[in-house]
Design a protein around this ligand. Sequence first.
Ligand code: NAD
Ligand code: TYD
Length: 361
Amino acid sequence: MRTYLVTGGAGFIGSNFIHYMFDRYQDAIKIINVDALTYAGNLSNLEAVAGLPNYKFVKADITDRKVIEKLFDKNDVDVVVHFAAESHVDRSIKDPDCFVRTNVLGTTNMLNAAMGAWRLSNGKFIPGKKFLHVSTDEVYGSLPEEGGYFYEDTPYAPHSPYSASKASSDLIVKAYMDTYGFPANITNCSNNYGPYQFPEKLIPLMIHNALEGKPLPVYGDGKNVRDWLYVEDHVSAINHVINEAKLFETYNIGGNNEKQNIEIVRTIIDVLKELLPEADPRRANLSYDLITYVDDRLGHDRRYAIGADKIRKDLGWEPKTKFVDGIRKTIIWYFENQDWMERVTSGMYQAYYEQMYGGKL
Ligand code: NAD
Ligand code: TYD
């Protein structure tokens, strides 16, 4: 039985990964999920697996050296899948410090604990161990509108405190691979969408506001481009990298699916209008008039697009979900899980929303 230590498993991509793995491998794996349960971590994302005997949740901060070392002492961890991070660009602009703490120091702490458990006295590592560091395409900076793609050898040029902290964490992982021969892979993925994403990110925030009849805050001219990937395709790519990638390789993961923000917002309005019954008073309110252009994000990257040729060629991975299907599935999921949305947007979320958008709308 293979033991996975997943960090940040109560967040958006981590919880999708845990569901994906139990759906496929059932009792052939054990998963230990370490999560500090920040505002972005939600145990209700994992209700369906919480009672499994081969699943364990540990509430802990990845910067806590003693607790993380103890986890490695008590468990024979085979694979670390490191998702835990502060992940939202707008928050990083308001409060960069915790991004450096979690993303840089937390990653270093995870690496040190894994080294302690996996490195033999001769300096070699126990065979079969792997640390998968989950990162973002934002480390590469911004592409011109006219074209081009991010490849694995594109120089790092991050702009936001978020992407700079992720770039730093990638470089620390690379340094451990180069210096100690530490058994790791790095993945750099484009924007994900799908179930369980916290409604501070574009797609769930717009769905949430549209259902409440609130303005839809589009930054700048709304023409910034992101390369959207359905989250299940991302976690399947991660699984390929865990099982098939040679150690020390880096893989870019993307949807080959570029969209301007404004197109996404319009699609959300169109699909929700179809879903809401005629008699629902929210339907009458729902129109493109809710779209409200607000001040641009500081340092806003114009365009991201991933060249995913290497993972396709080396590992045979390709995204399975077409955007038209994925976005529909996603909107329907949020529509049918409005109680989840209510739970995660109560309390602190209200204060966050007021701080971020209060002066803009
Ligand atoms: P998320 O914000 O939804 O979840 C992050 C999780 O990490 C939460 O459960 C949170 O409680 C936990 N966490 C935060 N700080 C912690 C700490 N100090 N100790 C322990 N746990 C902590 O993020 P996500 O969107 O699921 O992203 C997961 C990873 O994937 C991140 O590393 C992110 O950089 C990367 N990524 C995200 C995207 C995307 O589109 N969301 C794209 C590419 C890469
Ligand atoms: P986001 O989901 O925060 O992801 P990232 O910044 O990591 O790409 O934002 C996606 C795009 O949507 C980005 O160009 C910023 C834009 N955006 C808005 O226009 N309005 C919003 O309220 C949010 C949250 C994002």
